[in-house]
Design a protein around this ligand. Structure first.
Ligand code: ADP
Length: 161
């Protein structure tokens, strides 16, 4: 059984993340979308909320599960008996950080490979951070995230505003 871990903050999950998940699901027996608790990043959605939003988004893809983790990613990959980590690459600007992260993870655990995947080009400009900014300012994000994520963003900002 080939299991791959797709880690991230997913605050919230976007159509770009979904695109990568679907591509990975075609290549591996199981994809584990691993939500990093990442409290240090001060996420807009709690880990539970991010997990619920991701679960609803991938409900129609049979070989994808959603989980959350805290601590070292390579330890989590071992615990899940995963073969590799998937990361999305959007542009050159992602490269430097991702390169550093992948090599550091290899230093920590030789056995774990990192695989980079590119989303459909229409998603290369998409990030959770930009989606949150647009939603906060009352803009339409329905082309960038699944409908239930649009609703969750609207609720969050209505409550805050
Ligand atoms: P992190 O905080 O770990 O960067 P994110 O949730 O922002 O978590 O992203 C998780 C992974 O998904 C990262 O590898 C990131 O590069 C990738 N990613 C984010 N947005 C997109 C997108 N629009 N298209 C492809 N990959 C993406």
């Amino acid at each position: 059984m080939r299991t791959v871990i797709y880690p991230g903050t997913f605050d919230p999950l976007t159509n770009g993340h979904l695109d990568i998940i679907r591509r990975a699901a075609r290549l591996f027996d199981q994809v584990v979308v691993a939500i990093a608790v990442n409290e240090g990043k001060k996420p807009l959605f709690s880990c539970r909320e991010r997990k619920a939003l991701a679960e609803k988004s991938v409900a129609s893809v049979p070989n994808v599960v959603v989980d959350s983790f805290d601590g070292l990613l390579v330890d989590y990959v071992d615990q899940k008996a995963g073969q590799a980590i998937i990361r999305g690459l959007r542009a050159l600007s992602d490269f430097e950080f991702e390169f550093q992260l992948a090599l550091m993870n290899r230093k920590l655990n030789e056995r774990v490979e990192t695989i980079f995947m590119m989303p459909k080009e229409t998603y290369t400009f998409l990030s959770s951070r930009i989606v949150k900014e647009i939603a906060r300012l009352g803009g339409d994000v329905s082309n960038f995230v699944p409908p239930h994520v649009v609703e969750a963003l609207q609720k969050k900002f209505r409550r805050r505003g």
